[in-house]
Design a protein around this ligand. Sequence first.
Ligand code: FMN
Ligand code: COI
Length: 370
Amino acid sequence: MTRSKTGPVLTASDYQHLARELVDADVWDFIEGGAESERTLRANVSAFDRLRLRPRVMTDVSTVDTAVSLFGAGHRTPIGVGPTAYHRLVNPEGEVATARGASAVGALFVVSVFASRSLEDIAAASDGRLWLHLYWFRRREVMTGLIRRAEDAGYTALVLTVDAPRIGRRWRDMRNGFAIGGDVAAVNIDAAVMALTHHSDVGHSAIADHAAQSFDAAVTWADLAWLRSQTRLPIVLKGILTAEDAALAVEHGADGVVVSNHGGRQLDGAVASLEALPEVVDAVAGAIPVLFDGGVRRGTDALVALALGARMVLLGRPPLWGLAAGGADGVEGLLRTTTDELAHAMALAGRPRLADLDRSVLRARPGGEL
Ligand SMILES: Cc1cc2nc3c(=O)[nH]c(=O)nc-3n(C[C@H](O)[C@H](O)[C@H](O)COP(=O)(O)O)c2cc1C
Ligand SMILES: CC(C)CC(=O)C(=O)O
């Protein structure tokens, strides 16, 4: 077990405290921060406090099964690593260490298009549960090149993030003049395309300036047909928060959606992820899997999202805390801890299989709503 100066590392919050000591202040702000006044960032976490669990008893919980399959592939836990950019900001091995940690627990790892290690090196370190995340670049050949490489390296799905036609106004990054430091880079994309990300200018976020230059903000639902024509891999849309968009995603042939507000980093004031989950699940009505991210910090949070209809839960910041605190072992420890907490909660809630998790597990606190 990992130990810190103050005792054993038992929870995601313990990893967070360890990581904070080790990460440069501007990088810490980049990781922890959200858009503008960070209302949505806070709401993502506090939304879980409004629900209570309704445990059932005497249901034989002698074995608890957390295995789940998606698009024909098995995962040992429904808790995966969501796409986050530039893992080398917190550990020299970067995404290669993350892949090793995720593989050790049989968890999905969604690799960011802004990964700081090559897609091929990450694949070589993984036991194969990898998806590739994409933004929609103005230069579509950047996307097609990445898709070919991901297919060749054995990535099994694409995650297109649709909530970032531009990057949210992240005041911390703007004040810090945050830019990506010299020896860290988005190595899977042509350096000329990424040049602006290294340009520090107080009052500006370099990653926001880069996105304004290179992301295609004109994309509409009709464009999805082009992406569909480029690959046979399942396409999952990340950043869906409404029933309307969930229905459009199904109509336009998406293979899955991720209910997400990008960890409160895009539209400040947007609905908390957890609040949006029921309407998206209802609108999709079982047609495609619904995944979830935002504010999951404990196994019981994952249990709540799964009970509301998520098939899988992704973590954004917590794996970065694990990676900063302990490299591959830290990622493994963080994911194992959170999965163990989930299994424990399933046993004590009297629901030993993921299929047993439904809305009957939950009730709103008095005065609240589901
Ligand atoms: C440092 C950092 C980098 C991120 N990079 C990306 C990214 O490249 N693409 C993306 O779709 N989402 C990105 N996200 C958002 C996460 O995928 C995820 O939606 C969010 O962090 C989930 O919330 P959580 O941190 O509360 O778990 C990033 C988040 C953080 C904290
Ligand atoms: C480099 C950024 C554009 C990655 C991202 O999506 C984020 O920081 O939230």
